[in-house]
Design a protein around this ligand. Structure first.
Ligand code: SF4
Length: 570
């Protein structure tokens, strides 16, 4: 395998063999290690010393179901610490098949120019992107696929990334003209913009397959894994995740009182019925849209949808729970059509819908628009695409918006806007938001699925639960597996060990696998420590400790001593 080094200061590309220290790493684990070894922790996240790392997971390209997610990482301009976000689409799979352990983008052009990195098999070049500057991700992807082929993969940023806005994400295309796969969190789109990189284009590799050291062991484990997902009552073809997508949890999150509503001022929303997954499916199918689609080939869960307008025209490639929560109930909007339109705008500008929904909620609280008033909210979001001062404010996320507008109620932790679970009524997620090296990120350890094991409103057991989930998330993010594929691996870790050993011929035991996962967190925590993050940065905002959240009058009452000791058991 190889690493591609792309120096944007010198306009140079070089290929290197993988150093021994990186050989057994992939995805998030490799990103953490490269950050710790190569990036000055106190550097400016948008300066030349930060690196933008594209790292497919350990199982990328091997055909294991859901294992083609592409991890993208760097020092985050929002959290100031290590960041990894991953996206579906075809990028992880093709980079894996081409034998890339990572593509590392370094330096910065001296002028504000933008470029494309074009990868065709073993060849790569940096090309001017003058004609793409100022375009959204849809048009960028369309133009590049027209030029390089509709089966090429495009990884791109929109206006938000070009403007180095902290809420910017990175868009990845999928099969069949699919858009809307996002490595959304942490402002990595801004890091890409700071490198002058408008897009990466990868030609589809023909006739390439990853080598399997022990094909029989690998295939047996891969088949078992896929079958367990298919048989899972929640994930299989009759499961809620497949039928209703991630929106299947809207009603349940509302029920436990954790659904962000009007800038996190209530935990349930009176308009919830029209946002729930069942309604989403009904509307989608009645209009000729699609349900049960997949973000990458071979996924047996297929949790996505194509949401269409009344005339059957696609609005957005998938409408997901987090977006429904942050751009819907959090803004007082109870219409999927309205949420979908805001979602499309975010996708086009290249914005993280979570960060942007949190920022819009704060801006509404400051009086710049009205909760429930779609026109005024859309007007605010349009400013991002126009690049006005107000738009740049919203595009820089919840914390920046709150600071400038003088709003104290900012739902963020470690500099990053909170996802769709108010931590006062789902305290395990609060522990994750306040302790994960990734900041307020549900994918780093989501306790929602464990709400029957640990009372979401109680204090007891939350820190242990969060740590357990954070360790599992680190594994998923390092192998390229989708978060939703975790149940069989939790139940049977030997499956993962067999997959990795079958692929590489290693001699991992379950103990090695556990150590590997914990090391990911240790490495990220060490980077963050060296970057200057202290206990004061890892906190839930004060208003959530003091302001009771309806309907349970819940406050976030996990003691600081619990938060500060989560990783003692690591
Ligand atoms: S479960 Fe959904 S998000 Fe995960 S890989 Fe499949 S389609 Fe993509």
């Amino acid at each position: 395998m190889k690493i591609l080094r792309v120096d944007m200061s010198q306009n140079q590309i070089r290929e290197e063999t993988v150093p021994a220290a990186y050989e057994r790493l992939g995805g998030r684990a490799l990103i953490a290690k490269i950050l710790l070894e190569e990036v000055p922790p106190t550097c400016d996240a948008l300066g030349p010393h930060n690196k933008l790392i594209f790292a497919p997971g350990l199982l990328a390209g091997s055909g294991v179901t859901t294992a083609g997610r592409l991890s993208i990482g760097g020092k985050s301009p929002l959290t100031r610490g290590a960041k990894e976000a991953n996206a579906g689409g075809t990028a992880g799979d093709v980079l894996g098949k081409l034998g890339f352990k990572a593509v590392v983008v370094e330096g910065q052009p001296s002028k504000g120019d933008f470029y494309i990195l074009y990868i065709d098999g073993d060849e790569a070049e940096i090309l001017p992107a003058d004609d793409l500057v100022g375009l959204g991700t849809y048009e960028t992807s369309d133009q590049l696929q027209e030029k390089y082929g509709s089966d090429s993969t495009v990884i791109s940023i929109g206006q938000a990334g070009e403007g180095c806005m902290g809420g910017a994400g990175i868009c990845v295309t999928g099969e069949g003209g699919q858009r809307s796969n996002y490595a959304a969190r942490g402002g990595l789109g801004a890091v890409m913009g700071s490198k002058g990189l408008k897009a990466v284009v990868i030609d589809k590799p023909v006739g390439k397959a990853v080598p399997l050291a022990d094909a029989e062991k690998f295939r047996t484990a891969a088949r078992t894994f896929a079958q367990k997902l298919i048989n899972d009552p929640k994930l299989g073809t009759k499961g809620s995740q497949h039928l209703y997508g991630t929106a299947s949890i809207v009603a349940a999150v509302n029920e436990i009182g954790s659904l962000p509503t009007r800038n996190f001022s209530a935990g349930n929303f009176e308009g919830m019925e029209k946002l729930r997954g069942e309604h989403l499916r009904e509307v989608t199918l009645s209009r000729g849209g699609e349900a049960g689609t997949r973000c990458m080939p071979g996924c047996v869960i297929a949790c996505r949808n194509v949401y269409v307008d009344e005339s059957g025209k696609p609005i957005v490639g998938t409408l997901q729970y987090e977006t429904i929560a942050l751009l819907g109930s959090n803004l007082g909007l109870g219409s999927l059509d309205e949420v979908a339109l805001l979602n499309r705008m975010c996708n086009d500008f290249g914005l993280d819908t979570i960060e942007t929904g949190a920022a819009l909620g704060v801006a509404i609280e400051a009086g710049l628009a009205d909760f429930g008033d779609f026109a005024s909210i859309r007007g605010l979001l349009e400013q991002v695409g126009k690049g006005t001062v107000l738009g740049r404010l919203i595009g820089n996320g919840a914390v920046a918006t709150g600071r400038v507008l003088g709003v104290r109620r900012v739902p963020a932790a470690v500099g990053q806007g909170m996802p769709g679970y108010d931590p006062r009524s789902l305290k395990g997620n609060g522990v994750t938001y306040a302790t994960s090296p990734q900041g307020a990120d549900h994918t780093a350890g989501n306790a929602f699925g464990a709400r029957k094991e640990v009372n979401p409103l109680g204090v007891e057991g939350q820190k242990e639960l969060s740590l357990k989930l954070q360790i599992i998330a680190a594994m998923l993010d390092s192998t390229g597996l989708c978060l939703f594929a975790r149940p069989p691996i939790i139940a049977e870790p030997q499956l993962m060990v067999d997959l990795v050993n079958g692929r590489y011929g290693w001699d991992w035991t379950v103990e090695d696998y556990n150590r590997f996962n914990r090391d990911v967190l240790r490495t990220e925590l060490e980077f963050n420590r060296r970057a200057g993050l202290t206990a004061a940065d890892y906190r839930i905002p004060e208003f959530m400790r003091e302001e009771p959240l309806p309907p349970h009058a819940a406050t976030f009452d996990i003691p600081d001593s619990d938060l500060d000791s989560v990783f003692e058991a690591l």
